[in-house]
Structures are given as structure tokens and as C-alpha cells.
Ligand binder design. Structure first.
Ligand SMILES: Cc1ncc(COP(=O)(O)O)c(C=O)c1O
Length: 380
């Protein structure tokens, strides 16, 4: 019997390649986005407590009620808007499942989905698996801003969804209020769904405000806002997140979600619900990561890499055009093998693998790791 791939273009992800190479060559791994420090013991204790207190059977389909209430409270506090915990908030297996299920719920054969490149790598395969066509809009160096006139031109009668991501992985840029107003304006009086990937909402620097889709009433009506506890609470292995949307949209999402996972790890939900009773646990995150960004950038300020400080996420992109004109994938591999530091080449996230001579480094690392990494980068 002959089986064919539903995703013939998909190869081993760059994350596996670079992390594998880092391991083989004992390199400092700033490639994949995960912390090399432990998360708060208070949180892990609360999850263990939940496990020891009987939170071990199926959670409700939307998620543990206390967690949904804590999420609703957080959104009220930060964005002064409400989602009803009963039917507008769903806890998911990471943001990844929320993204996949939103796309699975709405995208049919022939639908077009606008995606800004570089883009997080799960969007396009999810669109294709559902018969949709990704319509890529490449963001261009050096500013990587969105040309909203171009977006207007790309919107057609087949456009079913626009996926946005702010703060942005891999660029570390953020959408301004003006960007969000443009998005709101462009989608007004259409049936377009906006999938707003906001997993780095709590990592935003230099006094900027996160511009959530839920802040803009007309945008909120058509949006799924996706968030991740993995990012926020330093536990990428827990794979737990959530999404919010108005009830009419969430009702449709739930039809798929119930047959996809139905519910996710219950004791973790209860532990996070208790932990979130203290808002400082998410309010202090930007300051925590800004200190790491500043430490890293200060240490490499005299290196031959050029950069604009990341505005959000825990990623910093570095331009190496003054060092070599090597293809970014080759340079990233060479840095790992010969110099002992692993990063992610940005071309893998771009249309036609366009190479802007930029590498992405993750600064969610212990200060000591960042110092050792900087020592190496200063010699390149
Ligand atoms: C932009 C973006 N969206 C979604 C995700 C997935 O988040 P989670 O680990 O909660 O599934 C990531 C993880 O790297 C990400 O960078």
C-alpha cells in the first residue's frame, strides 16, 4: 500500500535541527524558545497540591472554572473588557492547540488565510491541512512593519481569516495601536475571523502597552485571542494555554474542541488558577525579561552584530551582514559547530526562504548563560 503525505513540503523543523546540533557540539543553546531556569516553586507546589487534593479527573470541557474566572479577571484588569468565563474562554493544550482548533473550525477548501511572514511555523500547515490557502505577506527588513495597503490588496472574497502575532516571534516587534486600528478598519463589515496570537502579551518592553485585539470593540467581535501559560510561567513543557472569543464564535470552536482534546491536564489548571490570584505573577514578567534583554544587549553592544532592541517576546534578532554574506542557515550552523552558540536563522520563517542575514537568539536564560553567550558573540 502506498501512503502519501498530507504535508509534502514539511521537513524536520529548524528547532530540532539547531537543538540537535547544539547538543552534539555542546553549544550554548539560544535557538529554541524556552527558559534554562526553573519556574517559581510556589507554582509547582500549587500544581502538586492540586494533584494531591483530587483534581485528577476530567476537567470541564471549557476548562477548570476557577482558572476561567482567573483569566476573565486578568483580562478585566489589563484590558478593561470582559469575556464570560462560562462560554467565552477555553483552556487548551498550549496555544498550539488553540491555533490549530480555530483554523480547523473555520477553514474550508478554497478559503484564503492571510499570514505575515516571518511567521510562527504552525500556522501554515494547519491552514493547508484544512484545505485552505495561506496568502503570505512578507515583512521587509530593516523595520519589518506591516504595509496595510498591501494587506487591503490581498483581501479577496475568499479571505476567511487573518492571523496576527504581537509581540512577534521571531522578530521581537509589536503592533502599535495604529496597526490594530488598521486591522479593525480593514475587516469591518466582513466575515473575516482574526486569529490574534498573543502568547507573549506579558513580555513587552520600554513602557509599551500590549495592543490586544480585545481592546478594539469591532475587532474583538471577530477575534480569537490566543494565550499561553507555558510562556508566561516558564513551563514550556506543560503545554497549557487558552483562547477567548465572543460566544457565537466560541460555540463553533467548542464543537471541534470537544472531539479534539475535550479538556486538558486538570491539576495544572487548578494550580495555575490559584497562582493567578496574585496578579504580580504576570504583571512582573515584562520587567523580569527587560532586564535580561538589556543585560544581553549591553554585553554585545561592541560586537559586529547590529540590532534594534526587541520590543517584546524573549527573542532578540541580530543582523550579521557586517560579518559575512553567508546564507543564514549555513552561518547559524557554523556558529553552533565552530563557535559553540546556537540560534535560529530567520529565513526558514520567510516567503521563499528570503535571507535578510538575521539570526534569532532567545534571552530567556540565566544571566550566566547570557554572559557566556555574549563572550562568544563578541569574538565573531
Ligand atoms: C508565536 C507563538 N505562538 C504560539 C506558540 C505556541 O505556544 P504553546 O507552547 O503554548 O503551544 C509559540 C511557541 O513558541 C509561539 O512562539
Amino acid at each position: 500500500m502506498q501512503h502519501t503525505s498530507k504535508l509534502p513540503d514539511v521537513k524536520t523543523t529548524i528547532f530540532s535541527i539547531m537543538s540537535g546540533l547544539a547538543k552534539t557540539h555542546n553549544a550554548i543553546n539560544l535557538s529554541q524558545g524556552f527558559p534554562d531556569f526553573e519556574s517559581d516553586k510556589t507554582l509547582t507546589d500549587l500544581v502538586c497540591k492540586a494533584m494531591n487534593s483530587g483534581y485528577n479527573q476530567y476537567a470541564p470541557m471549557y476548562g477548570n472554572l476557577e482558572l476561567r474566572q482567573a483569566i476573565a479577571k486578568k483580562i478585566e484588569l489589563l484590558y478593561n473588557t470582559s469575556y464570560h468565563p462560562d462560554n467565552e474562554i477555553t483552556v487548551t493544550a498550549g496555544a498550539t492547540q488553540a491555533i490549530f482548533t480555530v483554523i480547523n473550525t473555520f477553514i474550508r477548501e478554497g478559503d484564503e488565510v492571510i499570514i505575515f511572514k516571518p511567521a510562527y511555523d504552525s500556522y501554515e500547515p494547519a491552514v493547508k491541512l484544512n484545505g485552505g490557502t495561506p496568502i503570505a505577506i512578507q515583512l521587509e527588513a530593516p523595520f519589518f512593519g506591516v504595509d496595510w495597503d498591501l494587506v487591503r490588496q490581498k483581501i479577496s472574497s475568499r479571505t476567511k481569516m487573518i492571523i496576527v502575532n504581537t509581540p512577534h516571534n521571531p522578530l521581537g516587534t509589536v503592533f502599535s495601536k495604529a496597526d490594530m486600528l488598521q486591522l479593525q478598519d480593514l475587516t469591518k463589515n466582513t466575515d473575516i475571523i482574526v486569529l490574534s496570537d498573543e502568547v507573549y502579551e506579558h513580555m513587552i518592553y520600554d513602557g509599551e502597552q500590549h495592543q490586544s485585539a480585545c481592546l478594539f470593540p469591532d475587532l474583538k467581535k471577530r477575534s480569537f485571542v490566543v494565550a499561553s501559560f507555558c510562556k508566561t510561567f516558564h513551563n514550556t513543557g506543560w503545554r497549557i494555554g487558552y483562547c477567548c472569543a465572543p460566544k457565537e464564535l466560541m460555540d463553533l470552536f467548542m464543537q471541534v474542541h470537544q472531539f479534539n482534546v475535550f479538556c486538558v491536564h486538570h491539576p495544572t489548571q487548578k494550580g495555575i488558577a490559584d497562582y493567578m490570584q496574585e496578579p504580580k505573577h504576570y504583571l512582573e514578567l515584562s520587567a523580569f525579561y527587560q532586564q535580561k534583554r538589556d543585560l544581553f544587549l549591553n554585553l554585545i553592544k561592541d560586537s559586529r552584530f547590529k540590532f534594534k532592541p526587541s520590543k517584546g517576546t524573549y527573542f532578540q534578532v541580530l543582523d550579521y551582514s557586517a560579518i559575512t554574506d553567508e546564507y543564514d542557515v549555513d552561518f547559524a550552523k557554523r556558529l553552533t559547530v565552530e563557535s559553540g552558540i546556537a540560534s535560529i536563522p530567520l529565513s526558514v520563517f520567510n516567503t521563499n526562504n528570503i535571507d535578510h542575514k538575521v539570526l534569532r537568539f532567545c534571552f530567556a536564560k540565566k544571566d550566566d548563560t547570557l554572559k557566556r553567550a555574549a563572550d562568544i558573540l563578541n569574538t565573531i
